[in-house]
Design a protein. Structure first.
Length: 315
């Protein structure tokens, strides 16, 4: 075990597999800063029986299980049910991607504190994404899921009483009827599950919208007191800002436009999601922008020590 214990990245990978049971071989790269030689390192772990290959996935080998037992690591015995195994691999994919993230923490469904309640009611969520301190109950709809499964996710979100923010990761967002995912919650983000969008999620709360308002409206609009828009002049400008497709915000705008047919609304979004939102809000005005110009990628955490001195940490 000396070889294994000398490397923090490999220790992290073993502990991850002990918890998640499986990991696809393509997701192992998220645990290594240098991806040049990681395949050789994984092969070495397999040769030492710390890991074991099961088709395209990795699980703990005999020595890996002994390691987790000796050091009292969290360990879940491997589930061999085919259907549940596929679910675990998809969940592990999300967990692996955000394993080293400083702004996103993923808690899988099976590790949630109230998992007994969720398990007995057959919930469809895959876990919680904590993004800068905001919790999003997270679902995943893949190409393997049929319409019946989509409907079960809709029902699941609709009856949820504890969480009010949701993320639904989908392989193909065009197969989703967006207006079926609006129930009066705070946020329901329907996100096409791409590497680009997973990266964008890290900066969900890091958009300097105030800079956009200064650039485009010369600070002549203000933070809105209405629930359907983000900025307004309380006369004829009602501006809603979209980082991703938010079905709840779309529905609130839809109601506003239908009740006030003599007024208009402005939707600010990227070119990629304009088409999707326009289908639901065809009478709105649209301003498309490059959000990369407004993302603050350097975060500052302010913490006071015992002497009352503020220390700033950059992420």
């Amino acid at each position: 075990m000396r070889y294994f214990l000398d490397n923090d990245e490999e220790i992290c990978l073993i502990k991850f597999i002990a918890k998640y049971q499986y990991i696809n071989i393509n997701d192992v790269k998220y645990f290594f800063k240098s991806t040049k030689y990681y395949k050789k390192r994984v092969k070495n772990l397999v040769d030492k029986e710390i890991l074991k290959r099961v088709k395209w996935n990795l699980v703990l080998g005999g020595m890996g299980i002994r390691y987790t037992q000796f050091f009292s690591c969290e360990y879940n015995k491997r589930n061999l049910n085919k259907k549940y195994k596929e679910r675990l691999i998809r969940i592990a994919n999300i967990g692996a991607y955000y394993n080293n993230s400083k702004t996103v923490k993923f808690t899988p469904s099976f590790a949630m504190k109230n998992k007994e309640v969720f398990t007995t009611t057959g919930r469809r969520f895959v876990g919680i994404l904590d993004i800068n301190g905001f919790d999003y109950l997270t679902y995943q709809i893949t190409k393997e899921h049929d319409q019946k499964y989509v409907e079960s996710v809709i029902w699941d979100i609709q009856k949820e009483q504890f969480y009010n923010n949701f993320i639904v990761l989908v392989d193909d967002i065009k197969r989703i009827n967006l207006m079926e995912f609006a129930f009066g919650k705070n946020e329901i983000l329907i996100i096409e599950d791409t590497v680009e969008n997973r990266e964008k999620l890290k900066y969900l709360h890091n958009i300097r919208w105030e800079n956009f308002i200064h650039d485009f409206y010369d600070d002549k609009v203000y933070l809105s007191g209405y629930n359907f828009c983000d900025y307004t002049d309380y006369k004829d400008k009602f501006i809603s800002l979209f980082f991703f497709v938010d079905t709840e915000k779309i529905m609130r705008n839809w109601h506003f436009l239908n009740v006030n047919n003599y007024r208009n609304a402005t939707i600010v979004c990227t070119k990629k999601i304009e088409e999707l939102i326009r289908k639901e809000l065809p009478t709105a005005d649209y301003v498309t922008i490059d959000l990369n110009n407004y993302i603050e990628k350097t975060m500052h955490i302010y913490k006071y020590d015992n002497d009352g001195i503020c220390k700033v940490k950059k992420l």
